[in-house]
Design a protein around this ligand. Structure first.
Ligand code: 2PG
Ligand code: MG
Length: 412
């Protein structure tokens, strides 16, 4: 059995240039697990807080003061590592230590264990006879809180190459659509600056409708039919538009408002018109019944909860009872620790809820989530298309394709 012999941390920076925390866990003085935490911009009300009082330094101080609580633990014993964290912070939303620290400590421990065992991380995370690749789901056009004024209110238009037979083909197809969309945008708007949002999707000044139309055109220009070789997805991130006082969704940039009923209609029309395979947070984070209406209407589309479920097992159970979703986003730092996230994944898989393991808009250049996506039997891996911190995850998938334990693409 391996033992944790040291645990240290430092302040680093994420893809937005904001401070974050990185943790090193060493097993047997030799095997290093190193994890740098991401953080979100469109954050769910009920997700774990990123840092205590918003300060990464405070998370680091707590780690230093409590390092001895982790020493001599078996790094592959995720439950014990999690319980040590919980002895420092029993709060529901990790307000004492921050979700970023919980994320980094637990994943780094498992990585050091995988190094000591001489096996890839996905295998240490879950023992299966065989594994599958999740389909990469990537942002081709960004708006909302990931891009500036004038861009669509909708946060993300996403591409997924579901017709691909290999992970390389799926990744390359996403690159091709992203590139073709740039050509379509510059032909349509000669003053397009090639500007991109936080996750690498193009960020043009366009309405929601035009953005969707041109994204579809990019796919068609490449000879693809929507719903066949490639499909579009949308992260509506509707809580950004939701105004509780008004009881309406306010689309500032589009200049219109939707009642809750109109929002269902708005999302339904987009799902139908663009044959979406994927629709995330099409209604706000507390609208469990409205989500259920969409799920009933579109059983073939992944109706996914992100802000709605925030990788929280209790909230997932509520969503399952209300039949709100057939799919759920898994973001480890929303849950807090990797232990929490794997418990969440089990609950989802046991109830036929399709998982999409996801990056955050403020990312590190790590690629652990590629392993987490495989180990949790995720159907999709939402990690963007371009940008160094996004491509790092995709490149890791390509490296992993050298493994004969992973037998092809997930079945959606
Ligand atoms: C989302 C994510 C990632 P953020 O809303 O799904 O795309 O964004 O990390 O800003 O929450
Ligand atoms: Mg989202």
């Amino acid at each position: 059995m391996s033992k944790i012999t040291s645990i240290t941390g430092r302040i680093l920076y994420n893809s937005r240039g904001n401070k974050t925390i990185e943790v090193d866990v060493k097993a047997d003085k030799n095997f290093l697990g190193r994890v740098c935490a991401p953080s979100g911009a469109s954050v769910g009300k009920h997700e774990a807080v990123s840092f205590p009082n918003g300060k990464p330094e405070e998370g680091l101080r707590i780690l230093k003061e409590n390092a001895n609580k982790f020493l001599n633990l078996d790094p592959s014993d995720l439950k014990s590592v999690h319980e040590s964290l919980r002895s420092i912070d029993p709060t529901e939303n990790y307000s004492i230590i921050g979700g970023a620290l919980a994320f980094a400590v637990t994943i780094a421990a498992m990585e050091s264990a995988s190094m000591a065992l001489g096996e890839p991380l996905f295998k240490t995370l879950s023992k299966e006879e065989e594994y599958r690749f999740p389909f990469p789901l990537g942002n081709i056009l960004g708006g909302g809180s990931h891009a500036g004024p004038g861009t669509p209110d909708i946060q993300e238009i996403l591409i997924c190459a579901l017709g691909s037979k290999t992970i390389r083909e799926a990744i390359e197809t996403n690159f091709a659509v992203h590139q073709e969309l740039r050509s379509v945008l510059e032909k349509t708007y000669p003053d397009f600056t090639y500007g991109r949002g936080d996750e690498g999707g193009w960020a043009p000044k366009l309405t929601n409708e035009k953005a969707l139309e041109l994204s579809a055109k990019a796919c068609e220009n490449l000879g693809f039919s929507l719903g066949d070789e490639v499909s579009l997805g949308v992260d509506f991130a509707s809580s950004t538009q939701w105004n509780e006082q008004k009881n309406r969704y306010v689309y500032d940039r589009g200049g219109f408002e939707n009642s809750p009923e109109e929002q269902i209609e708005f999302a339904s029309n987009i799902i139908k018109k663009y044959k979406l395979i994927y629709a995330e947070d099409a209604v706000h984070e507390e609208a469990f019944e409205d989500m259920a209406e969409l799920s009933a209407k579109f059983p073939k589309t992944l109706i996914a909860g992100d802000d709605l479920i925030v990788t929280n097992k209790k909230i997932l159970k509520k969503a399952i009872n209300a039949k709100s979703c057939n799919a759920a986003i898994l973001k480890v730092n929303q849950a807090g620790s990797l232990f929490d996230a794997l418990e969440f994944a089990k609950e989802a898989n046991d109830n036929n809820i399709k998982l999409i393991t996801s990056h955050r808009s403020g990312e590190s250049t790590d690629s652990h989530i590629s392993h987490i996506g495989i180990a949790t039997k995720s159907k999709m891996l939402k990690v963007g298309v371009v940008g160094g911190e996004r491509v790092a995850k995709l490149n890791e998938l390509i490296r992993l394709s050298e493994h004969d334990l992973i037998r092809g693409m997930a079945e959606i």
